[in-house]
Write a protein that binds this ligand. Sequence first.
Ligand code: GAR
Length: 219
Amino acid sequence: MSNKLKIGILISGQGSNLQALIDACEQPDFPAEIVLVISNVKNAKGIEIAINANIPCFIIDHKKYINRENFEAVMTERLSEAKVELVCLAGFMRLLSKKFIKLWFNRLINIHPSLLPAFKGLNVHVRAIDAGAKFSGCTVHFVRKHMDNGPIIAQSVVPVHDDDTSNELAERILKQEHRLYPSVVRWFAEDRVKIQGERVVVTGIDHPETTVTNPSPAL
Ligand code: GAR
């Protein structure tokens, strides 16, 4: 039997982060395996990605349940049956209840396409551009009761260019998401992610001294 960390992935959409995690898990030395995927949207593109990778995939359509609690109870049943140890939200666009978050406390992580705590919620790229931000990026964090909030595990930064459209910025950030999420899952599986109050320390990491400036200072 495998001693890899068992992860469950929750999706609602195209599943490109799911694909990045599948690719990482296919590396023989990667310490985690995806044991199931749940989509709350019945036509989500990510479902096909899971099926193609031979990963058990459940469509649990929230619209079919009378309330959030019943919907989440079915998700928990599936996650528990599969003995999931870490739940990864990967473009899962449904708010989760306090009860669900408590049940999976510190075993539930999310990726968000901004540098939290800036730009929580939706339409993040348009808002980052409109606010004149010179950098944006993505964040992987533990999930807490407030949306897009919780101890930050890791972030990647990208520049915002003067002529960026929100699609161009989204694409630049998504590329970094695909690198960041597998790294965080690896660290978690290696038991290197230590929560200290609201802060997270990842052990065994070289601390970068690099600073980046946008626009670049004149030479
Ligand atoms: C990603 O950019 C992810 O960060 C974002 O949805 C996209 C899903 O893409 N998540 C959120 O905005 C959550 N607040 P994907 O389905 O291709 O992985």
